[in-house]
Design a protein around this ligand. Structure first.
Ligand SMILES: Nc1nc2c(c(=O)[nH]1)N[C@@H](CN(C=O)c1ccc(C(=O)N[C@@H](CCC(=O)O)C(=O)O)cc1)CN2
Length: 293
């Protein structure tokens, strides 16, 4: 069994990006600049956005963090998005999810200029991805593709079972794994929390991508010998023995599943760190005007 080291892969990608930025700077080009909108004080969201800003500093990007209290109005958010759309200094920006319930997330995401949508959540980028056109790919699925490619995992003709149908991970992942590219070219089954007899499907999988947010859902009995298992779940569960008061649990029962796998991602240190690396990569592409050339 080989552990897929997302932390190390993320560092490698960030080093590659930093080298690119150094070259841009040496040639007097525009330094990539990412802006992030964070609403509220949710612990996870604050951590992720802070890490995104720190990662920008590490690779030499400019960054702007825009924070609002939980009670920000939808109109205020939309006005800020319009401002960022028209700000030439900002190459790309994100709105950290989830947003409070009184905000219409779809409306907010649709307000982002697709050319600056480095999260790849705008319907234009989603549609372009489905059509196989140049697009910003959502960071977590793009990170998983990087892991598969950098560990040279064979995917052509394999059966990939994606568990979870979110717009951020499961749904785009299922589409990307079916495309006739490497990594991809799989036969894909998309399962979710209402799938009847989930084990029937996962047992047929050469590659399982679990992104449903149910800790420990995928047990050893549900996994075929030699399967590749990618765990996207990062649920915080209470743990008083930890300083933070919680620990992260993936969707996969790692200890019992790992011995059956050819490759598996840990939680933490698997897919999560790649999300940030691929956001930086998208921002670099935005600054280079690569996607909508
Ligand atoms: N606008 C967006 N919102 C959200 C996205 C996104 O891609 N864009 N994805 C998730 C959260 N997320 C990034 O925003 C994210 C999740 C997890 C990690 C990560 O590095 N996880 C670490 C553990 C970190 C910890 O201790 O909590 C790991 O798995 O090793 C990075 C980014 C939802 N919202």
């Amino acid at each position: 069994m080989t552990l897929l080291d997302g932390k190390k892969t993320s560092e490698t990608i960030q080093q590659e990006i930093a080298a690119d930025v150094a070259e841009i700077k040496a040639n007097g080009g525009k330094v990539p600049h990412l802006a992030a909108i964070l609403v509220g004080n949710d612990g996870g969201s604050v951590t992720y956005v802070t890490n995104k800003v720190l990662a920008c500093e590490r690779v030499g990007f400019g960054s702007t963090l825009i924070r609002y209290e939980d009670d920000v109005t939808e109109d205020e958010l939309l006005a800020k998005i319009e401002e960022l759309n028209n700000d030439d200094e900002i190459d790309g920006f994100i709105v950290q999810l989830p947003l409070p319930k009184h905000i219409n997330t779809d409306k907010v995401l649709e307000a982002v200029d697709p050319k600056k949508d480095v999260d790849g959540f705008h319907p234009t980028n989603v549609g372009r991805m489905v059509a196989g056109l140049s697009a910003y790919l959502p960071a977590t699925p793009a990170g998983i593709l990087q892991l598969l490619a950098r560990y040279e995992i064979e995917t052509k003709g394999k059966h990939c079972v994606v568990v979870g149908r979110s717009n951020i991970v499961g749904s785009p992942m299922s589409i990307l794994m079916s495309k006739p590219n490497y990594p991809g070219n799989c036969t894909v089954t998309l399962c979710h929390r209402n799938t009847v007899n989930l084990a029937y499907h996962t047992l047929q999988a050469d590659i399982i991508i679990a992104a449903v947010g149910i800790p420990g859902l995928i047990t050893a009995e549900m996994v075929k010998e030699g399967a590749v298992v990618i765990d996207v779940g990062t649920t915080r569960v209470a743990d008083e023995t930890r300083k933070a008061g919680y620990r992260l649990r993936g969707d996969v029962d790692f200890d019992n599943v790992a011995p059956k796998c050819s490759f598996i991602t840990p939680v933490p240190g698997g897919v999560g760190p790649l999300t940030i690396a691929m956001l930086l990569k998208n921002t670099l592409r935005a600054a280079k005007r690569e996607v909508y050339a």
